[in-house]
Design a protein. Structure first.
Length: 451
């Protein structure tokens, strides 16, 4: 009998399903993890499933380790109750609430001990502020994507769990620079957390403390200079990510047949757009011979990108019979509001499976990620524009490349002169830059048929 362990038939294809332990379901937001295998063959599904299962089990293991830093606290209800008392006292400072609080403190001391009672009183009277109590207010004032919002809240929650695990009460006032340093050493360095992941958490915590400073809750930022040093690669081969080679580009376009994914690959390779920028394109953003990027991760990312001469037919076909507000890539699903999922993740997931199926991969030692991914089309575009300049291309320069791909020109060489003082490049220069990038001839014959 065919092996169907971890497999489930869904729609017209097989997918992997791994059950999430009940203790981690709230943390991962699901009772099970599923990943489509994009095949209707049970034999191929069994061949493909093992790597996917390993990835999902690794995800569960990471969630278990993270949850260990944020344990359910037996006194969390006391903290929440103390905050309710604080709100009542602020609403009616001259009522009998403060008197009733003293009676409640006697009960808390009797049931939880004098230390917890003292902390309860400090929170209720405004003398102590629980670390998590202002996170929602802080995040509400920041303009950030849902995924970043979730990551920032998770970073503070992990730190709060560690603080309470050390025997402290979890109050902002208890967090000194020494406490922050201990967290970096014990919870990040000692656990061998990758320096990039550690610095993301430290950046989030530093942002929270800066906000607390502006609002008068703390006197200084305890996270200043706490970031881990960057580990720079010694050789090109040690760099974590790279562009595709021309041979890989040819193989990808020759063997990947899925319509919308193939079209997205063409747009990425011939525009340098980020994955989510492609996913967010609407018909109204694709006129006058340019892609208009209006929602980007940085100010430099808001830009017009010339539509490559070899993309004109594809874009026109995808725009046909659509309203201006319709998506260029209508096949992608809109994520639920407030979730960390982005519209472009469907492109990324399908591309990972397709790329691995045809053997285009390069895993580095001690990492979970490949050195090449969908973003490698963007790297390839930049490399080809640079190579065109080296080969004598005219009409644009290195700062044009920065502008086309949405990088900050002021961070490049002669940033003040060419980035700020010289202003934006001409539309002709940007178009010359885009059209200087050429896909291998075998890729463009025949032109892709947009779906």
């Amino acid at each position: 009998m065919a092996d169907r362990r971890y497999l489930e038939w869904h729609g017209n294809q097989w997918r992997v399903q791994v059950k999430v332990p009940s203790s981690l379901r709230r943390h991962l937001g699901a009772a099970r993890l599923v990943v489509p295998l994009h095949t209707d063959s049970l034999v191929n599904a069994n061949r493909l499933k093992f790597r996917v299962i390993a990835e999902l089990q690794d995800k569960i293991a990471r969630a278990r380790a993270e949850a260990a830093l944020t344990p359910r606290l037996p006194d969390s209800q006391l903290t929440n109750e103390a905050l309710e008392w604080k709100a009542d006292i602020r609403r009616e400072p001259h009522s009998e609430t403060p008197i009733a609080l003293r009676a409640r403190l006697v009960e808390v001391e009797r049931s939880a001990g004098p230390e917890k009672a003292a902390y309860f009183e400090a929170v209720a009277t405004g003398g102590a502020t629980p670390i998590m109590s202002l996170v929602d207010t802080w995040l509400a004032e920041r303009d950030m994507k849902p995924r970043q919002r979730i990551d920032y809240a998770r970073a503070v929650r992990k730190f709060n769990g560690w603080v309470i695990g050390t025997g402290l009460n979890g109050a902002i006032e208890e967090v000194t620079r020494k406490v922050a340093g201990r967290y970096v050493s014990e919870a990040l360095v000692a656990r061998k957390v990758h320096w990039k992941t550690a610095n993301k958490d430290i950046t989030a915590l530093s942002g929270y403390w800066k906000w607390l400073m502006r609002r008068g809750h703390v006197e200084y930022n305890v996270w200043t200079n706490q970031a881990l040093p960057k580990v720079k690669p010694k050789t090109e081969e040690q760099r974590p990510k790279r562009p595709f080679t021309d041979a890989e580009v040819i193989k990808l376009f020759r063997e990947i047949k899925l319509g919308f994914l193939r079209d997205a690959m063409f747009v990425a390779a011939l525009s340098g757009l980020r994955t989510e920028e492609i996913a967010q394109l609407r018909v109204g953003d694709c006129y006058g011979g340019v892609f208009r990027i209006t929602n980007a991760k940085t100010a430099a990312g808001v830009r017009d990108v010339a539509i490559h001469e070899d993309l004109a037919v594809l874009v026109a076909t995808r725009c046909a019979r659509k309203a201006r507000g319709d998506y260029l890539f209508h096949e992608l699903k809109d994520p639920r509001p407030g979730t960390a999922v982005e519209r472009g993740q469907m492109i990324t997931k399908h591309f990972v499976r397709a790329r691995r199926d045809i053997g285009v991969d390069e895993m580095m030692d001690n990492t979970r990620q490949s050195r090449i991914d969908f973003h490698s089309f963007r790297r390839w575009f930049i490399a080809k524009a640079r190579d065109a300049l080296h080969a004598g291309a005219r009409g644009f320069d290195q700062w044009t490349i920065c502008e086309v791909v949405g990088h900050d020109k002021e961070a490049a060489a002669l940033g003040m002169t060419m980035g700020r003082y010289a202003g934006k490049q001409s539309a002709a220069a940007r178009r010359a830059c885009v059209n200087s990038v050429k896909l291998p001839v075998t890729v463009l014959e025949p032109l892709p048929a947009a779906t």
